[in-house]
Design a protein around this ligand. Sequence first.
Ligand code: GAR
Length: 215
Amino acid sequence: MPIERNFPSPAPEPLPVLGVLISGRGSNLRAIIAAIADGRLQARIGVVIANRADAAGLAHAETAGVPALVVDHKAFATRADFEEALVARLVEARAEVVCLAGFMRILSPVFLERFGGPVLNVHPSLLPSFVGVDAQRQAWEHGVKVAGVTVHLVTPELDAGPIVAQATVPVLDDDTPDTLAARILVEEHRIYPEAVGLVAAGGWRIEGRRFVRGR
Ligand code: GAR
């Protein structure tokens, strides 16, 4: 007679798990934490990783009781070694979606291939305009009348992956790069958690360069 044994099955992960990478202030991390706390974003942050020990955003993780750690890029001989270490920490935390939130290191194909899941970035311009650093100042100096924010999937090419969400803001005559950046940041905090939720929930596909909802 067969022996019946009941093994407790591993608890299913009820919510998609996020890994959030930061380098500095962490206001987008704080917006994600707030959206989760008030039920707008159905996800859980498995780990926050900063590449600098002095990243002020680490305090937001601590306040929220979210696991946080530092993986200092300067401690690694090569970019690939640094990225392998990042992926190892993300896998340990069971992260399924990575959110770059002011993470100021370029990620190479090593990271994207090893991690394998979707990696999102929030960029403070209406891509494809004004890639790279200081995008708000670039837009201000160019004299555009409409600026904004883009959330996109990360691909090996800088700031060039499929666009998940965008929002616009006006550029006013008396703006400075700082006042424009502040207006854009309000929209970052609004659309980034929304876009993270959309991607984490699944049910989307990429057609050519286009992010399309529906299977
Ligand atoms: C944000 O404005 C984000 O869009 C930008 O850095 C800032 C980080 O702020 N990211 C980039 O420019 C990426 N190319 P935060 O640390 O307060 O979230």
